[in-house]
Design a protein around this ligand. Sequence first.
Ligand code: ADP
Ligand code: MG
Length: 612
Amino acid sequence: MMSDIIRLLPDSVANQIAAGEVIQRPASALKELLENAIDAGATEIKISVKDSGKTLIQVIDNGCGMSEADAGLCFERHATSKIQEANDLFAIQTLGFRGEALASIAAIAQVELRTKRVGDELGSVIVIEGSKIKSQSPLNCLDGTSVSVKNLFFNVPARRNFLKSNSAELRHIIEEFHRSALVHNKISFSLQHNDKQLFKLNKCTLLERIIALYGNIYRERFIPLEQKTNEITISGYIGKPEYAKKTRGEQYFFANKRFIKHAYLNHSVANALQELLPKDTFPTYFIYIEVDPKDIDVNIHPTKTEVNFLNNQLLYALLRTTIKQSLGKHSITPTIDFDVEQSLDLGPPKKGQPIKNPFHREHSEYNPFDVKSPGRPAQKPTGRQKTNKEHWKKLYEGHSKELTDLKSQVQPELSILPKEYSSDKDKKIIFQFNNQFILSKVKSGILLIDQHRAHERILYERYLEYLNTRKSVSQQELFPQNVSFSTSDAEIIKEIKDDLQILGFEINQLGKNTFIINGTPSEIHDGNLQQLMENVLENYKKNLVDLNLNNKINIARSMAANMAVRHGKPLKEEEMEKLIDELFACSVTEVSPGGHKIISIITIDQIEKMFK
Ligand code: ADP
Ligand code: MG
């Protein structure tokens, strides 16, 4: 007879499975520990991280602490002090409620918990490893709780191997830290990484907290938001449209003091700012929403970052109106329909109104496996250089002959050819159109070149070669300028500083988030280095997120995009000639590193058709 085959999994296995959903990386463990400390009523939270959280994540709080019995219980699955019955799910005032986090973390790490309630004589210390309690004993310790999570995923090698580089994991940690710090401005926080202090934030106002995290330069970039109805309170700050970024990194929604992701609400913000935002940019915002706990379902996702609002559509409309009103108050909206808006159009967004895909990629044609795909590094520049020069020559072949032919046919008074060309037969005819395109006559028609994209391509290939060979581009000295960044951006600058140096930036760290620039690539002409560096960073982050580019390619691309001549810049004839020559010496001439078309030819056929 066959025996039954279904068995209940032991708790340790069940916990590991649950951990898979809740804890993806060190930052997720940090999130859960922070939530617990905040729920415990802490006013001071100290975080210490080693090796981007891979070796240690420790959170120390001065919250309510646990009794000896609770300390033993808290690692059990579904052990929570925050809800008691199903109905409580609709009145949640705390960040945690699932009773899963500590059980999950203890299943996949070596955890030490020290905790003591105010007034208790002694606290307790528990060591638990892979769901097994190793020791528990009384301990003389401070009020509050300290949880150390060591060697995350020590017993799940597949997961541990899946972790990203230290710098990537540290970015996640810092991002998680931001999400808590940005909403709990009444709590003081500190974050240490490998014994280096990254943040020390004192209790302060919300705006001061944002500025403490992002830097003083943000102070004049915001306008405040404020709205209160019976059901909903909206507050926070939105970045002025001119400071919109190329990445959506600085967009934060909080619902009842919980960081959330909400594509629908994000669309509402975008909608309110329509026509004010430069193309392909994303506004910065920190928006805080408060609703009655019964009007929000926070139990739809294991990490609790997705939520459902009972009245999504009302919230959408209210948010849009709030933003428009604030923009109006600060004279940023030129909208004529402002009066209409002010009367609170709370109807749902129109049916059929498309909601933008938030995961839209700018370079959808990018294919990392396709050698000719945009963004691929130059394969062997030397080999192809000639071919392209040839190609370029071919376009011009017979050109001077045609020119002579043409001149002999055209009556002198009807000649449309500029004088200088008639005296020098070999000279190419080149001129700039709309300060945007370079036009030239070639054998098969009229050649059009996008000046910005062409230069971007040239610089990209040059930069990449320099980065690969560690040779340096020429540099110009300048009057030293200070620039400063948010802590996470400053971390990136520190990481890529050496590469930027090769590309001509002489950067040295001055303060924690401040740098001094003593030299720049020779392409730079105008002086706003702060803006320029921010743009390079934005490109770099965007590429990281969207394209997962290798570092050198990413830096070369981000720099090229920002150093290349802009549309609108008048070019001298020699400059145009140089640009064309250099473009045709590139390994790829057709598309910019971002995959956009650089050259186009209007053929004689096409021109003839125009005259039919
Ligand atoms: P949840 O937060 O969903 O209740 P957790 O597994 O995160 O579940 O925590 C289990 C319980 O342990 C909490 O409900 C709380 O009672 C207690 N606890 C955890 N961390 C702390 C802390 N830092 N201070 C006080 N109590 C804590
Ligand atoms: Mg919790």
